[in-house]
Ligand binder design. Structure first.
Ligand code: KIV
Ligand code: ZN
Length: 396
């Protein structure tokens, strides 16, 4: 039983759901070198659907015939998630996205425009009123195709809150169902991003009718922290990618936000993600995109459940929870691992020796440990092939 389940049982808490909007196949796939062929996209989409994502952003249909086809094929395939297509606030983009999404059981058009001073001035050479008009026109046009329209205010992280609130209010009036508040450049501090959500909650008429969404980039390593701050201040959707892949330093990583909410039941927030699939999905995305996962990556890195220092190993062998806050099985990792290095102690050596059939008494262990340290100083890691040789060389 999860600690979370126990907490719910004891305190009779009703968890609120945060929707997971996966953009691995759109914001993630637009990274140089991560381009996928259409068959692989379908394999990943199917797994994301089984994982339990609420919304699956399948691509940017106007960007290329290949992306149009991918969004169309994913729309035919996906059984549970809502399939979403990205557009600019441009009529033709919206027409094409609507076409690609047609076969989907449930679809969403994701449209929007930059709202920060820098985007308005340098990208669009437009006044705030002109941007407002384009936002309204885009949402209205998207509404002529689908009920569910998500509006993004690009670079909302650096957008003046008052103007952002004006834009949000205007697009709600014409039917936006979700408001995406992207920290496009990964600039915000968690408190700042959280306050932005709070400001919108308190100052936008009609905000109760829509879902606020966090879309954070990781330029300062704050994407996950900002998304959590967002949901602590009222957002109920997080946009994220497997392994945190995405533009520049990446997007919020799906596995991190899911497990943060699960490990902190006092937040009273949860997702519908089947966390036992996280490790295999991480490997699938990493292999398909030839994008290795850093070994110390939270939740899915190769070392996330590996212990190598003597003090930690001794604790984990006695009781796993001394140094692990997550049961590895909950994220699809078979078991924690005890790595033998020159920093390991006797407890780890005895544990690993026992695992391969050698029960050592105290005297034997002392002798083997001396031999072990000599070898471990020469070699980075002592493996199961080395261990019998070390034991035999110890004359016990
Ligand atoms: O980072 C961003 O602002 C985006 C939008 C297109 C949603 O990816
Ligand atoms: Zn983005």
């Amino acid at each position: 039983m999860y600690f979370r389940d126990l907490f719910i049982l004891l305190f009779n808490f009703q968890m609120e759901y945060v929707e997971i909007f996966d953009t691995t196949l759109r914001d993630g796939e637009q990274v140089p070198g991560c381009k996928l062929d259409s068959k692989t996209k379908l394999v990943i989409a199917e797994q994301l659907d089984l994982l339990g994502v609420d919304v699956l952003e399948a691509g940017f249909p106007i960007s290329s015939p290949g992306d149009f086809k991918a969004v169309e094929d994913i729309s035919k395939l996906v059984q549970n998630a809502r399939v979403c297509g990205l557009t600019r606030a441009v009529k033709k983009d919206i027409d094409v996205a609507a076409q690609a999404l047609k076969p989907a059981k449930r679809s969403r058009i994701h449209t929007g425009i930059g709202t920060s001073k820098s985007h308005m001035r340098y990208k669009f050479n437009a006044t705030p009123d002109q941007i407002l008009e384009r936002a309204i026109a885009a949402v209205s046009h998207a509404k002529s195709y689908v009920e569910d329209v998500e509006f993004y205010a690009e670079d909302a992280g650096r957008t003046d809150n008052e103007f952002l609130a004006r834009v949000c209010e205007a697009v709600i009036k014409v039917g936006a169902t979700v408001l995406n508040i992207p920290d496009t450049t990964g600039y915000c501090l968690p408190e700042e991003y959280g306050s932005k959500m709070k400001y919108l909650k308190e100052n936008v008429k009609g905000i109760h009718k829509v879902r606020l969404s966090c879309h954070c980039h990781n330029d300062l390593g704050l994407a996950t922290a900002n998304s959590i701050a967002g949901v602590q201040h009222g957002a109920r959707q997080i946009e994220c990618t497997i392994n945190g892949i995405g533009e520049r330093a990446g997007n919020t990583s799906l596995e991190e936000v899911v497990m943060i909410l699960r490990q902190h039941p006092s937040l009273n927030l949860d997702t519908r993600i089947k966390s036992q699939m996280l490790n295999s999905l991480s490997q699938l995305v990493s292999d398909s995109m030839a994008m290795p996962v850093q070994p110390n990556k939270a939740i899915v890195g190769a070392n996330a459940f590996a212990h190598s220092s003597g003090i930690h190993q001794d604790g984990v062998i006695k009781k796993r929870e001394t140094y692990e806050i997550i049961d590895p099985k909950d994220v699809g990792v078979t078991e924690s691992s005890i790595i033998l290095t020159a920093r390991s102690g006797r407890a780890a050596l005895a544990y690993r020796a026992k695992n391969i059939g050698y029960e050592l008494d105290k005297l034997q262990l002392d002798k083997v440990y001396t031999q072990f340290l000599i070898q471990a100083d020469k070699k980075k890691e002592i493996n199961n092939d080395d261990l019998p040789k070390i034991i035999e060389a110890s004359n016990i």
